[in-house]
Design a protein around this ligand. Structure first.
Ligand code: G3P
Length: 217
């Protein structure tokens, strides 16, 4: 399973890339607003200059023609851009048309296996089941990821599954166990994935013991 960062924060992306394990980035209008970014194109192009992999940027208009036109212009920002399109009836039409033109679509706000099936049939490059938001309403978000993996495996769909709306490290473990192609994680979760108190105390002890012995020598 690959790891994407789910953020529009440039410093977080730089840090994740330095660690060598971030192979893409997903953004959405909320994440961009949280950073106070006014120029979406500028920030996405900056992200693309840092990460060598897919970078998702979302359409923020409604209606087929508006979405199509905005998606086409977003796709021109950088060859690595995947355009996020919501899993709605209009979004399906837009996705089919964009896919026919070779534009990578990340079908987002996916909350059911049927939406994911249609995303694959429409030719989306990625589908993003929102695990945490399903958990929030008492449904099993990771069960959705498993169902999608089963269906895609059955028919050999090439659409990649991005476990999204990841809230904590156990979501990452479960997404990997479910066979998700990618988990897109907030930076805080990425830090939680590597940090372990026993590693920290163990490392401090090893260093202290080593220094004590080398002082004696
Ligand atoms: O990748 C989708 C993500 O940004 C949504 O996360 O925590 O707002 O449900 P959340």
């Amino acid at each position: 399973m690959r790891i994407f960062l789910d953020t529009a924060n440039i410093e977080q992306i730089r840090q994740g890339v330095k660690w060598g394990i971030v192979s893409g980035v997903t953004t959405n209008p909320t994440l961009v607003a949280q950073e106070g970014v006014k120029d979406y194109q500028f920030v996405v192009q900056e992200i693309c200059s840092i990460v060598d992999g897919p970078v998702s940027a979302e359409v923020v208009v409604e209606g087929v023609e508006n979405m199509l036109s905005q998606a086409r212009s977003i796709a021109e920002w950088h060859p690595n851009v995947a355009v996020k399109i919501p899993a709605t009836p209009d979004g399906l039409e837009v996705t089919s048309k964009l896919a026919r033109d070779g534009i990578k679509v990340n079908m987002t706000l996916c909350f059911s296996a049927n939406q994911a099936l249609l995303a694959a049939l429409a030719g989306a490059a990625f589908v993003s089941p929102f695990v945490g938001r399903l958990d929030d309403i008492g449904q099993d978000g990771m069960a959705l990821v498993k169902s999608i993996m089963d269906i895609y495996g059955e028919y050999g769909f090439e659409t990649e599954v991005i476990a999204a709306s990841i809230r904590h490290p156990l979501h990452c473990v479960a997404a990997a166990q479910a066979g998700a192609d990618i988990a897109t994680v907030p930076f805080k979760v990425l830090e939680q994935m590597i940090k372990h108190p026993l590693t920290e105390t163990g490392n401090a002890r090893f260093l202290a013991d080593w220094h004590r012995v080398s002082r004696q020598g």
